[in-house]
Design a protein around this ligand. Structure first.
Ligand code: NAG
Length: 271
């Protein structure tokens, strides 16, 4: 466990007791003057500088038909490294693509994480394991600061558990459902909202930066929160940032539907 940039026996002892939930205690500290991702084009890739995927997106779904997850919560889509211009790399390391995410997490003792994911990281067709594999294989493998070389005592697939835990940790800080509720925006099959009402409600939980919101026609179904990171993906500082992708929702007449138990999928264009 642990990255090359730190060695602290105290932290290692702590992590032994709290292995399942406090993996962060093991992770590296990068120098305080590490540049923020995307802030410079001259800094080279390292375990303390995310590049080319320096824009990190925590993405969420509102899957209402068929509904996934709790009716009063959005669900996790993923954590994506986008380039600093909104484009992105995908499937970056075939040798680290896995089809056994559940086993990996069980083997690492991350049972709390697994049960949280089972509740909040849902596949709309019911195959959560495949969805987690897809997210890791497509996006996680492209994050340079969690490559195996960044770890001192690398144990196989350690970075996979770290990545999934980080995704969940970020998701927990971005309660989209509550941000909307606090602004008086509740799921309704009759009400409509404007894009600016939606942007304002969500900017309130992201340092005044509105996330990208995605729609299927008039129906709201996604939110992507953009960050830059100072340091390593796992232990670095996340700074909310301007979205690099413009919403595909209409300016007004947007519907935020209650979760139901319908049969039809309404979620095209999945990443
Ligand atoms: C998961 O799959 C990889 C690649 O096939 C394998 O090396 C690893 O041992 C598996 N892990 C577990 C815990 O089954």
């Amino acid at each position: 466990m642990g990255f090359k940039t730190i060695a602290s026996t105290g932290m290692l002892a702590l992590s032994a007791t709290h292995f399942a939930s406090s993996v962060v205690a093991d992770a590296p500290t990068c120098p305080n003057d590490t540049p923020l991702s995307c802030s410079t084009s001259t800094e080279e890739a390292s375990c303390c500088f995310n590049t080319p995927g320096g824009s990190l997106l925590l993405t969420q779904f509102w899957d209402y038909d068929p509904a996934t997850g709790p009716s009063d919560s959005w669900t996790i889509h993923g954590l994506w490294p986008d380039n600093c211009d909104g484009t992105y790399e995908e499937f970056c390391d075939e040798s680290r693509e896995y089809s056994n995410i559940t086993s990996i997490l069980q083997d690492q003792g991350r049972t709390e994480l697994l049960s949280y994911m089972t509740k909040y990281w849902k596949d709309y067709s019911g195959d959560d394991e495949s969805f987690w594999e897809h997210e890791w294989n497509k996006h996680g493998t492209c994050i340079n600061t969690i490559e195996p070389d960044c770890y001192t005592d690398y144990t196989p697939q350690e970075e996979v558990g770290d990545y999934l835990q980080k995704t969940v940790d970020l998701f927990k800080t971005l309660n989209t459902y509550k941000a909307f509720a606090d602004a008086g925006i509740k799921p309704s099959s009759s009400k409509t909202y404007t894009l600016s009402e939606i942007h304002d409600a969500l900017a309130a939980i992201h340092d005044d930066f509105a996330p990208y919101v995605g729609c299927d026609g008039d129906y709201l179904n996604e939110a992507w929160y953009f960050y830059y990171v100072r340091g390593n993906l796992i232990t670095g500082q996340y700074e909310p940032s301007e979205k690099l992708t413009q919403s595909n929702c209409p300016e007004s007449g947007i519907k935020y539907m209650p979760k139901s138990n319908g049969q039809e999928s309404t979620c095209p264009n999945r990443r």
